[in-house]
Ligand binder design. Structure first.
Ligand SMILES: [Zn+2]
Length: 351
């Protein structure tokens, strides 16, 4: 903090809560221009509005572009992650190039065509990279992270067999997942209602910016749900982590204007973040008690991770071929496993 006057800019790699959630607190202490891609900035702006923070400066950047911050030149590289507009960074410093992967995976058939720019990583590797910092979230998982599209047929089959209403729950920031649910609702002729503040907010922002296509004729108000035949309704809802005040939890506890009934289908399409197992378990129990059919990650392949697994992490290491490597973004054991992967592709332990 004593060097806060030297901060030239704040760079947001993507719009997930764990990457923009701290921004309001940071801006209270450090006022520097903020850089990020379009959707990221729109989500950040919404967050700053909630905190009544004004007088900041947002600068939109695009993959392939670069900016100068003091003596550094920062270049933005497109990567695939579970939210559109995710960027990795190549920081050109007088001491050498630093590559920061951000959160990424190597989905070859992404929902909207945002393939990770492997060419650029290889090019940087060819010219020599001093240091790579890379996402360690899935460093314990062997193989490749399955593509986002791979869950579509599974969800499709659930939609096919559902007799009553469908409640689809995921993170409000999982725009690609929401997009798949909207596609399914259209395909199966279901009206779409949205429950939960963050879900409504993010769908509106992503829709306005063109990251989600919203069929106007199928969008209905939550109030309208009870007037429609159950087999013609899908409700997109928050609450995939069992948060007690989220729409899905309230419905499960029968504390919401929507009442879960016999014949309803609930799909929880998200990873249960460690620590939330009990809360989610409780919600699932209550949903079953009300007679709903419930699908969740443990019993159906309805979720894939947005983070690279071991083989993808090795590929990143092999493309960038850094002199030094620093595993980031993970718990300590995940950092250790990532370091072991680096050793397995030939990096000396000391680096
Ligand atoms: Zn993320």
């Amino acid at each position: 903090m004593e060097r806060k006057d030297k901060v030239r800019g704040i760079i947001l790699t993507h719009g997930h809560e764990d990457h923009i959630g701290g921004l309001p607190y940071m801006l209270e202490r450090i006022r520097a221009p903020i850089y990020g891609a379009k959707l990221t900035l729109a989500l950040a702006k919404e967050k700053l509005r909630e905190f009544n923070i004004t007088g900041y400066q947002l600068n939109e950047v695009r993959p392939g572009e670069g900016i100068s911050l003091g003596r550094f030149k920062v270049e933005f590289i497109r990567v695939y992650h579970s939210i559109p507009d995710t960027l990795a960074l190549a920081i050109h410093t007088p001491a050498g190039k630093i590559v920061h992967s951000g959160d990424f995976k190597l989905d070859q058939t992404p929902v909207n065509g945002d393939v990770t720019d492997l060419h650029r990583f290889a090019e940087l590797g060819e010219r020599g990279v001093l240091l790579l910092l890379s996402d360690s979230t899935n460093s314990e998982r062997p193989g490749y992270s399955p593509p986002e599209r791979s869950i579509f047929p599974v969800l499709d089959a659930i939609f096919q067999s559902a007799r009553g209403r469908i409640f689809a729950s995921t993170f409000a920031s999982s725009i690609y997942r929401i997009r798949q649910f909207i596609e399914l609702a259209v395909k199966h002729g279901r009206y779409i209602a949205i429950a939960g503040r963050s879900m409504s907010q993010n769908i509106r922002i992503a829709g306005d910016l063109g990251y989600l296509w919203l069929p106007e004729n199928l969008l209905i108000d939550l109030k309208g749900v009870k007037n429609l035949p159950p087999e013609e309704v899908m409700v997109m809802t928050t609450g995939s982590q069992g948060e007690p005040l989220s729409a899905l939890s309230l419905m499960a506890m029968d504390n919401h204007r929507i009442h879960i009934e016999e014949g309803d289908t609930v799909i929880i399409s998200a990873r249960i973040i460690p620590g939330h197992e009990k809360a989610v378990g409780r919600v699932i129990n209550h949903l079953y008690r009300r007679g709903a059919d419930v699908y969740y990650e443990r019993i159906a392949d309805i979720h894939v991770s947005g983070h690279a697994c071991q083989e993808e992490l090795k590929l990143m290491l092999n493309l960038v071929r850094p002199q030094y490597f620093l595993p980031i973004h993970g718990e300590y054991r995940q950092l250790i496993h990532h370091a072991k992967l680096a050793e397995s592709v030939g990096m000396p332990r000391s680096n």
